[in-house]
Design a binder for this molecule. Structure first.
Ligand code: SF4
Length: 75
């Protein structure tokens, strides 16, 4: 079975830099200046990991829904 990835944004940390919405608009959008995931879970997609790594304040986290492992950002 192919695992799914859970996407979360800590809006208390997000500074609205919009890197995520520009880089992966199918997964993130800005509402009232803060990022929101468009979907709670997604099929594995490297763009989601890249975006989590690129967020300047590490507000985006990606977890494997099966194992619960943190996939991005790398600590
Ligand atoms: S890249 Fe990070 S700081 Fe910028 S809008 Fe997205 S979650 Fe917020």
């Amino acid at each position: 079975m192919v695992s799914r990835w859970a996407i979360a944004v800590d809006r208390t940390v997000c500074i609205g830099a919009s890197v995520c919405a520009n880089y992966a608009p199918e997964h993130f959008e800005l509402r009232a200046g803060k990022s929101h995931p468009r979907v709670a879970t997604t099929d594995p997609d490297e763009a989601v990991l890249d975006t989590a790594e690129t967020c300047p304040v590490s507000a985006i986290t990606v977890h494997d829904t099966d194992s619960g492992a943190l996939l991005a950002p790398e600590e």
